[in-house]
Design a protein around this ligand. Structure first.
Ligand SMILES: Nc1ncnc2c1ncn2[C@@H]1O[C@H](COP(=O)(O)OP(=O)(O)OP(=O)(O)O)[C@@H](O)[C@H]1O
Ligand SMILES: [Mg+2]
Ligand SMILES: [Zn+2]
Length: 502
């Protein structure tokens, strides 16, 4: 008989069975089944932890097999299941106590059980495999408890697990608790004064899940505006929430004690981040920012500061909604369906478009700045929102701007219209429509066609830009509850195309 555990590969958990054989002979401890270095170090941690609970480490021939051998096992997550397997094999603990239970956890030398990444994925595996319970570190119990239908035993110390197995002091299962849910950290829109046009653009972007670029001089609220997005986007659906939380858990960015994420992820990597940090990488492959932003927002503040190399790497995952990382032994696919939001100044000094200030940049540095953002990347933005300097009166005004809850209600209504229209299709929102279905869902009347024709002829719009305009126009119409696309919807969409995209 064996102890069940699990290995994390990519963002999924795979079953691993741990079998321990104790036989007479010279003392030896052998781990087989592709264990990496940290798994081998387990032995020392287990030995120390057992000493703390006054149980002997058997001085015989011990062979621990992690099966199946072809599943790569990493990290210290097998400490606890190996220790339990050993105690069951030596007769210290009744094996039946752990029947139908997946066990995962790292041991520290004093026997404390440390939290580990990926526990939500393990809970999902248990549910899929019909295993009724999981025994996990206390610090991971809330995330695991978010999965319905399985019993989660939180363990603080090896001694607690031993008392539990012996029936001395059974561990009380962790229930899903509302308090354990994460509180979002978005900024409420009522903190942003003025900038009505920018707020309208933000609302359209949120309503159709469109990519957007905020452009303007320093200190006008671009970063602030971007940070309001989590508060106006629709909350995650239950499935999306499990998906996003599982990713955060595997990547080790889920706060201790957190349950399911309910607000959409908002990731804001620094411009010095490496390409691997942005799109994922390493060996074993780890998810990057674009995957952590899955179902949420990837915010690239100070866009031109990012290296061209990094921006080029981001294009494919942003376009395809997933990224595959290939290694000699395997390849792993990470999801990356997110809204791209970026902020930038129009030139290095920041004042190129500002009526109140003079741009002090040399012509050459301005051209260099513009060149850094390749056309194909700029084309990814459906809306370009200009965020100008605002008058002091507006900044000092006492009236409270409209709060996020009102905007979110309109966004939700527009999203409902979309999910109704796209029922039975794989497209959740307007931004996801491929060019092939635009005629079906965003047909243009002659007036709209004329308007777009003149924009194309004047060189204000590229072919790729054209399909983006149609989708944004569709969202504008959805926000006002109008089922037929009209020229004023297209005109507003065109206004948000700005002047940077030419
Ligand atoms: N429209 C606004 N309403 C209220 N506060 C504002 C507004 N614009 C700027 N601020 C204040 O100024 C600070 C700086 O704004 P923010 O960081 O958003 O500017 P920015 O446009 O991103 O500038 P930069 O181009 O330098 O990055 C904010 O933290 C906020 O306190
Ligand atoms: Mg800023
Ligand atoms: Zn300048």
């Amino acid at each position: 008989m064996s102890i069940r555990s699990a290995a994390i590969i990519g963002i999924e958990a795979h079953p691993v069975d741990i079998e321990t054989d104790i036989s007479f002979g010279i003392h030896a401890f052998t781990l087989v089944g592709l264990p990496d270095v940290s798994v081998r170090e387990s032995k020392e941690r287990i030995r120390a932890a057992l000493r703390r609970v006054n149980l002997p480490f058997p001085r015989t021939r011990i062979t621990v097999n992690l099966a199946p051998a072809n599943v790569k096992k990493q990290g210290p997550v097998f400490d606890l299941p190996i220790a339990i397997s050993l105690l069951c094999a030596s007769g210290e603990l009744p094996q039946e106590a752990f029947a139908d239970t997946i066990i995962i956890g790292e041991l520290s030398l004093d026997g404390t059980i440390r939290r580990v990444p990926g526990v939500l994925a393990v809970a999902l595996l248990a549910r899929k495999a019909g295993i009724t319970s999981i025994l996990v570190p206390e610090g991971n119990a809330s995330e695991a408890a978010a999965v319905r239908g399985i019993t989660v035993f939180p363990a603080r110390h090896l001694a607690d697990v031993i008392d539990h197995a012996r029936g001395i002091r059974p561990i009380i299962p962790r229930e899903m608790s509302a308090e354990a849910r994460l509180i979002g950290a978005g900024v409420d829109l009522n903190c942003v004064r003025g900038q009505e046009a920018a707020k309208r653009g933000l609302e359209i972007a949120a309503a159709g899940s469109h990519n957007l670029l905020l452009k303007g001089p320093p200190g006008t609220g671009k970063t602030l505006l971007a940070r309001t997005l989590p508060t106006i986007l629709p909350p995650l659906s239950e499935d999306e929430s499990v998906e996003a939380t599982a990713i955060a858990s595997v990547a080790g960015v889920l706060p201790e004690g957190a349950g399911l994420l309910t607000e959409r992820p908002f990731r804001s990597p620094h411009h010095s981040a490496s390409a691997a940090a942005l799109v994922g990488g390493g060996n074993p492959p780890r998810p990057g920012e674009v995957t952590l932003a899955h179902r949420g927002v990837l915010f690239l503040d100070e866009l031109p500061e990012f290296s061209k190399h990094c921006l080029d790497h981001l294009r494919q995952p942003l376009e395809d909604g997933s990224i595959t990382i290939s290694r000699a032994s395997s390849s792993i696919r990470f999801p990356s369906r997110c809204m791209l939001v970026a902020a930038m100044n129009p030139c290095p000094c920041g004042f190129a478009d500002d009526p109140g200030n003079r741009c002090t940049c040399a012509e050459r540095s301005r051209a260099q700045y513009a060149r850094k953002l390749s056309g194909p990347l700029l084309d990814r933005f459906d809306l370009v929102i200009s965020v100008p300097a605002i008058e002091s009166d507006k900044l000092l005004g006492t009236d409270l701007p409209e709060g996020s809850e009102f905007v979110r209600a309109r966004v939700l209504a527009a999203r409902m219209i979309q999910s109704e229209r796209y029922k039975g299709t794989p497209y959740p929102a307007n931004a996801d429509l491929p060019a092939s279905v635009l005629e079906q869902f965003c047909p243009l009347d002659p007036e709209s066609k004329n308007l777009l024709r003149s924009a194309l002829d004047a060189g204000h719009l590229s072919a790729r830009g054209l399909s983006r305009i149609r989708k944004v126009a569709r969202t504008v119409a959805d926000l006002s509850g109008e089922s037929i696309l009209q020229v004023h919807h297209v005109a507003e969409a065109l206004r948000f195309r700005g002047t940077v995209i030419r």
